[in-house]
Each structure stands twice: as C-alpha cells, then as structure tokens.
Design a protein around this ligand. Structure first.
Ligand code: GCU
Length: 896
C-alpha cells in the first residue's frame, strides 16, 4: 500500500512541479536533437502499461514496453518489440503519417536509442519536449523520468547521471491522446485531436548552475510617453536559476545598447530593473530585436528580445503609447495541404506568408499555444499575437483538479513565451458557457496569469447572446475581469443570413476595447453560385462584405477583429459528405492553398485600415505643409549656401562660404541682398535675443558676434591653446549659452591644413562668454545642432556616424542623458513649434518628437546643407542647397 500511495503522490506532484523547472529559450542552449525516425507500438489496450488485471506493471516487468525487449533464448516468450517497418517521424502527429493512425485516439509507444554526447562531470543532462499530445510518460533505460499532461506546451526532465550510459540509451515515451471529460481540452472540440510527439525533442547539456527562466521587458510601470521624451527607458525582469549558485551574480548584457547589469541572486532567483538609452521600441512597423546575453559562472545564453509596451487606455488598445487597431486572422496549427500539425520554421514561414498577404498585423493562435517557431517568427516579422490555452467549450468547471491542469498549461504557455514582444494577449479560454462555476474558474485563471507579473493583456473569447428583439448582447460577466472584451460572432452563418448584419443592433456592456475574436462562414473552394446559396464562395464573400459593413457601425471601442479562419482545417465535427468531408470550411484559403473570393474582401478591408492609419501619418505630414504649397526657388547663383538664421522680423540671413559672404533674404519683398562681404568664411549663423548675429567663421576657426552695424567681435577662437577645427553650426540657448559643433573639414582657403584638435567636439560657451567647455566629445563628426525653445533639450547630428543624438541640458549647460534620436545624421537642422525635427542632407527629412519619420521634402540638388523657419509669419521653411535657397510655406511655425 505504502509504495502505491507514494507512487500516486508522485504522479500527482510531477505535473505540478514541471513548470517551476521548465527551461526557457532552449534554442539558446547547448543541445542535441533527438528528432528523426522513432520506432513505435500502437497499444490501444495499454498492454505495455497495464497487466491483464489492468493494474500498472512493475518497473522491472520485462513485458512493460518501457523496458528493452530482450529475448533471452529461442524458447523465450516476448510479445512486443520496436523495429522496422513500425517507425514514425518526430516531431509530427501520427494521424498524417499512416492511414492506420488517421482517426486513432489512444496509446502509442515511441522508442529510440541515443549515444551520450561528451558530457562534462559538472554538466546536467535534461530531456526536453516541445509538446506531446496529450499524456506522456517518459522512461529512460527502464526508469521513469516523469509524466506530463497537456498537448501544446513544453516540459523537461532532469536525467540522473547514474541512469545514463555511454551507448544505446533506451528512451521510451508512452503517448496517449484519448480525450477525457476532466482534461484540457475536454471531450468535444472543433479541431482534429492530432496525437503524438508533435514538437522537437532535445537533449540539453547544461552547466551545473544555469539560468532556468528569466523575463526581461520594458518596465510596465513607466510612462511610455515620458520615456519617449527623456529617451530613458527602464527595463525590468526576473531570473530563476536551477539551484542556489556558488557565485551569486548573473550578468545581463545588451551589447547594442551598451548596457550591462550585474544581478545579485538570493537563494536561486532575483528581480531587477535597470535603465537603457537609445532604445528602439518593437512594433509591427519596426520589429526591433536586441541580442541579449545572460551569463553566470562563465556560462552564457543568448536570446533575441524586443521591447514594447502593450496596455489599454479606456476604450483603446495602446502599443508603445499609440492607439493600435488589430487587423487579425485566426489560425489553427496545421498545414492543411498535408493534413498535419505544423511544427517547423518552414511551416511558420508558410503560414505567415498568407498572413502578410492579407495585410494582417495580428494573429489569433487558436485554441492552444502553437509551437515556438510561430511566436519567434512573429517577433522577427512584427506580427502581434494572441496566445490561448485550450479551456474550450464545456470544461468540467466544478473540478479543482481540472482547474489545476488548466493553470499548469497557462503557466507553461506564459513561461515559454514570456519574452516574446509579439505576444500581446494571453487568452484563458474560448466559448465557455456562462455559469457561476465557470466564471469562478475562469476568474481564477485570470488571477494566475496576473500573478505571473506579466505585462500582457488578459482576455478570453466570449459569446454573444441575442434577445427576443434580435439585439446582440456583449455582456458575458467574465468581461469584467479581462483587459479587453473579445467575442465570437457568427450572425449570418449560425442564424439568419448575412444581410441581417448591417442593421443589427449591438448592446456592448463594457467600455473597454472591443475585439471580435471570431466571425466567419463556410465555403467549399471552387463551388460557385448565387450569393444566397450556402457553401458557395459567393455566400462566404457576401458574409464578409456584410460583416465589414456591420463592423463599420461598431462603437468607438471597436479595436480589431480576427476572422475565423485563415485556412480550412481538419475537424471530426464537420461531416457534410460534399462540402466538408472532415474539414471546417471557414478558411479564406482552402486545404490546397487556394484563396477563396472572401480572401480579397478581408484583404482590402485591412489595406484600407492600414492605409487610413498610414494616412493619419500622411495627414500629419499634410498638416505640416501648407495646403497646395510647393517648394519655391527663392534665389540662386551662389557657390554653396549654408547657415540660415532668422532675425526678429523674419528676415533670413544665410552664408555663401566659398564666396565669403553673408546674405540677407528679406521677409518683406523676398529679395536677397549681401549683408556682409568678408564673412570670415562664415558657415552656421544664429541670432541671439538681442538681435546680434553669431557666425561660425571657420576661415580662422573662430566664433564671431556681428552687431547689426556689422561690427565683428571674435568671441572664441580655440580651446586650451589650440585653434578650433572649424566651428560649423551653432545654437544659442535661452540662457544665452552658445553650443557649437567643431568638425574638421579641409578648406582650400585656410592658412592651416592640419586638423588642430584631434577630437571633433561640441563646445559650450557660457552665457557670459567667459567660460568655454567641452559639451560632448564622443561623436565622430558633429555637425548640425539645434535646441528646444525651453532650453531643456539639445539635438546634435553626427554626420559621419549617420546618427542624430538627443541630450537633456542641465542647469549648468552640461549635456546629460545622451540618447539616440534617429539613425540618420544631418548637416544643419531646425525645429518647428510641434517639436518636429528637420534634418538635411538628402533634401529635408522631418521626424516627430518620438523619432518617427513623418515627412520627406525632396530638394532637386546634390546636397541640402541647412534649414530654418523664417518669413513674416515664421512659417516659411527656408532651405539652403548648393547654389540656391528655397522656400516652402508650412502649416506650422518654427520653434521660438
Ligand atoms: C467556434 C469555435 C471554433 C469553431 C468555430 C466554427 O466559434 O470557437 O473553434 O471552429 O466556431 O464553428 O467554425
């Protein structure tokens, strides 16, 4: 009895603890693949597990299928074995691999042998499974390593060294995919119950102490807008080791951000936060991933992580502080052309090809966590992901054990994809019938997801109810506890016809983002007829047309949709002999990869939405340029125009350095006149608030002050006894302090040809012009420079490094918090009243304060050297380019 109860205890405990030891990012670890051809035994009566009394076989029972079948002599009786032709591919479902397996639900024994790769004494050996549907009992050399339930999440078992042998390790996995009422999913699903070792099997060779789990994300607490402003972002996370380490420090490194953080480990884990600069946030438009290294005791793992913030704000879903609309599509983890489970990177690439073709920016991975190749690829392609556990339909909500099983799958899903930027929504279930027990069950799941300190939105696919007046209600009580309200609606397919949709009335009980997680209609590809005829492609097209009309009438919390479904998929519930034959035909693409008519209906709906959001940017652009305004040539015939600066009356002074002149463009009559000959080969110019013109006179590498009477005062000509390289551009802060760049350019007209100062720096001259100090000395070739009217922020372009940096200005004028504003350098630059930054070089490129490019103004000249705002209304963009100066009427004024 005692042995049995301990064994029972073990069975119960083993699944529960699996998550705590689940190893993340196995791709970043030292490993040996055990994929390939495995032997198998189909065992519907579980004869290999139970004896004829149907009690579990003893461990050393030679008829147990986990023991190596050994015939001791010719008269020996043994009634099982592993050999050709009974072999099967791993990873892969068994249903698509042989006709005998097509409808098979039951036990199949998998077996293979492997030789041990060289393992150091200090190393741990771990057996890792990407997923096994549904119940897996794993044995090695006749010993049980453990058991796992759940068909779509990973698990691993440490392999005691004593169990391993150099050659022919006998690995056996009992896989059973029988459905049970008290499992997750339960007895009834609208997808094929593919059985088998459906994902990768790996042998991990790990250092004695290793990082088991870790999370590294943008700290959810920070105000993303403020972070944009300051350019300083806080990252936070946690680390869990496999054991208490001897040396308790883990180093986290993000080389590209020059970030390195030592984390002190207490017992076997730690939380941490640290700040980074120059961070590019991950988004569908810019799926930026950073290489991250975590190392302990000289052992390092690498990962690629994107940083983004997902949240809701009232009725909107916000990505990185911007409202985002989810142009989604639901997907099952299948390659219908081969009637099999998808599992590889190639499969993922195929599926995402269709997703991109649809103009979708989001996928709902239904109804279970898909393989990690899907979420990794979504990370690199910039596709947002909804990931879900198969708490589907009529789960046994009263049963505590079932809740435990659901929680295990939830934890495994979250732990595996914890650092995937693309995953923005965890769903705890689909179409679960409203009842008190159910809502309590689901609420508890939501609680577990929140406890895992994750930064994502929590949801569930709910159902719509219709009242006697035909009003559609979104009022499932579970909607109170989720971050967004997601509903599956099938008006026009499961009830009424599509023309009931446009004028349908909807009562939405929630003021939070509304998402349609399913809507769709069936069609047999190639079957054509009247639109009223069900199963025709025309019917499905009609359904989508009417659905889109209905969605256009949705309230303003409507935040997206993921129609059901990208491709036809296998379902044992779909048995119409002509139109279905075991296929759910709601795909927009059929099982041979052919698009149905409805595909293009959804595609154009999405391209309009995509265009509308791009147009919004466009409009932002339009909002910058005055309606109908064109770039106008104001004057030409110069040698090389530069350094435009505007006086209080809107007149713009600019230089023609090769001709050693400062010229004046009059805001009154738009005429150009010579303001000053012998301008000291002035380049950049800037007016102080008293109307004095300052010039970067690089003939003698000096900084000049020119009074309105054209009296020149040299206010600076070198640093620490050295002549400047050649002051180029300058900006005068409201305090009167002057920032100027000192890049070195060879100038034919100078009396020195050697670079006076090795570093090309940015200097700061104090308001009293008595103190000159280095403001920045870590740029390659600083050129353009401009600051904000509040004197708080300075932008400097490194023309050689093709980057523009942003600094905060401290009270003493020193520059702090250097951050990358954008990966584009510039010659001269300017700001408008909205804080948009105008860079030059190839025409003028405009960036909004978030560093997003919002406009490019082409200038038909080889080089555009500088830009400023001028004119009476200060809304003429004045551009100097080669031998000309141009003007463009803007809808914004210059920053003042
Ligand atoms: C449901 C369900 C899907 C199913 C679909 C359908 O809403 O969530 O799993 O396949 O409807 O009926 O086609």
């Amino acid at each position: 009895m005692k042995y049995f109860s301990t064994f029972l205890l073990l069975i119960l405990i083993i699944p529960a603890v699996a998550q705590e030891n689940l190893i993340m990012n196995v791709d970043g670890r030292n490993q040996v693949s055990l994929n390939g051809e495995w032997n198998y035994i189909i065992d519907p009566y579980e004869t290999g597990f139970y004896n004829y009394r149907f009690s579990e076989r003893q461990e050393d029972d030679r008829e147990a299928y986990w023991n190596r079948p050994t015939v001791r002599n010719i008269s020996d009786r043994l009634e099982h074995g592993y050999q050709e032709p009974y072999t099967i591919k791993v990873p892969g479902d068994w249903n698509s691999q042989a006709e005998v397996f097509k409808y098979y639900e039951g036990t199949v024994w998998y077996q293979q042998e492997f030789d041990l790769p060289p393992v150091k004494d200090s190393e741990e050996v771990v057996l890792y499974f990407g997923a096994v549907n549904y119940e897996a009992h794993v044995y090695l050399n006749g010993k049980k390593l453990g058991m796992h339930k759940g068909g779509f999440t990973p698990f691993n078992f440490e392999v005691p060294k004593s169990l391993l042998q150099e050659k022919n390790n006998f690995l056996v996995v009992k896989v059973d995919n029988k459905r049970h009422a008290d499992e997750i999913p339960t007895l009834n699903t609208d997808w094929w119950n593919f059985g088998g070792i459906t994902r990768d099997v790996k042998l991990l060779l790990l250092p004695e102490t290793f990082v088991q789990q870790y999370s590294l994300q943008l700290d959810p607490e920070q105000d993303i807008k403020k972070a944009h402003e300051s350019g300083i972002y806080t990252l936070s996370g946690s680390i869990k080791l496999n054991e208490q380490p001897k040396n308790s420090e883990v180093t986290i490194e993000i080389p590209e951000l020059k970030a390195k953080k030592q984390v002190e480990i207490t017992e076997d884990s730690a939380n941490f936060t640290f700040q980074v600069k120059d961070l590019q946030l991950w988004s569908p438009q810019n799926p930026k991933l950073y290489e991250v290294k975590l190392s302990i005791a000289g052992n390092e793992i690498q990962d690629k992580i994107g940083f983004r913030k997902i949240e809701t704000s009232g009725k909107d879903i916000m990505l990185n502080g911007e409202k985002v609309f989810l142009r989604g599509i639901s997907i099952h983890e299948e390659i219908p052309q081969e009637m099999r489970r998808a599992n590889s990177r190639k499969d993922a690439a195929k599926i995402f090809e269709y997703v991109r073709d649809l103009n979708a920016n989001m996928v709902r991975l239904a109804h279970y966590p898909h393989n990690e190749n899907m979420t990794r690829m979504a990370d690199s392609l910039g596709v947002l992901v909804w990931s879900e556990i198969p708490v589907y339909w009529t789960i046994d909500f009263e049963n505590e054990n079932v809740l435990e099983k659901a929680k295990n799958q939830l934890k495994e899903m979250i732990i595996r994809d914890r650092n995937k930027a693309s995953v923005i929504i965890w769903s705890v279930g689909n179409e679960t019938p409203v009842s008190e027990a159910r809502t309590k069950f689901m609420k508890s799941l939501i609680g577990t997801a929140r406890e895992l300190h994750d930064t994502r939105l929590i949801s569930a696919a709910l159902e719509v109810t219709k009242d006697d007046e035909g009003v559609q209600h979104v009022n499932d009580p579970l909607g109170q506890f989720t971050d967004i309200v997601a509903v599956n609606e099938y008006l026009g397919w499961y009830g009424a016809l599509p023309d009931a949709k446009e004028n349908s009335t909807w009562e939405i009980a929630y003021d939070k983002p509304l998402f349609f997680s399913e809507t769709g209609a069936g069609a047999k590809a190639g079957f054509h007829g009247k639109k009223e005829e069900r199963w025709t492609e025309e019917f499905q097209k009609w359904y989508y047309e009417e659905t889109i009309k209905m969605l256009r009438n949705m309230p303003d919390n409507y935040s997206g949709v993921s129609p059901w479904i990208l491709m036809d998929f296998r379902s044992p519930r779909r048995n119409h002999p002509v139109y279905q034959e075991g296929w759910n035909r709601k795909g927009l693409i059929d099982n041979n990869g052919n698009k149905k008519l409805a595909f293009d209906i959804l595609k154009s709906y999405y391209s309009n939405i995509k265009k509308a959001s791009e147009d919004k940017n466009e409009k932002q652009e339009q909002q910058l340029i005055a309606p109908g305004a064109e770039l106008k040539l104001l004057a030409d015939g110069f040698a090389f125009t530069e350094g435009p600066a505007t006086d209080a009356d809107g007149n713009v002074y600019f230089t023609d350095q090769p001709n050693n002149k400062i010229l004046k463009w009059s805001a009154q009559d738009e005429k150009v006149s010579v303001f000053m000959d012998n301008s000291g080969r002035a380049n950049g110019l800037y007016f102080d608030k008293d109307g004095n013109l300052y010039a970067a006179a690089d003939n003698r590498s000096e900084l000049w002050k020119i009074s309105d009477q054209k009296k020149v005062t040299i206010i600076s000509k070198g640093f620490e006894g050295n002549k400047f390289n050649g002051p180029n551009d300058l900006w005068i802060a409201p305090s009167g302090g002057i920032y100027f760049t000192d890049p070195y350019y060879k100038r034919p007209y100078r009396n020195f040809q050697k670079q006076p100062i090795k570093e090309q720096k940015v200097y700061y001259l104090s308001p009293d012009q008595k103190q000159l100090k280095v403001a920045a000395d870590d740029l390659i070739k600083p050129n353009g420079i401009i600051g904000t009217p509040d004197g708080k922020t300075l932008f400097v372009a490194d023309i050689e490094d093709n980057k523009t940096w942003k600094y905060t200005i401290a009270d003493d004028g020193s520059l702090q918090n250097k951050t990358l504003f954008t990966n584009l350098g510039s010659d001269g630059m300017t700001l408008d009243e909205k804080g948009n930054l105008y860079l030059t070089g190839n025409g003028v490129t405009v960036f909004n304060p978030q560093g997003e490019k919002i406009l490019h103004i082409p200038v038909e000249k080889e080089w555009t050297a500088n830009v400023t705002f001028g004119g009476k209304e200060n809304c003429t963009l004045f551009i100097t380019a080669m031998d000309s100066v141009f003007g463009l009427q803007m809808n914004v004024k210059g920053a003042k």
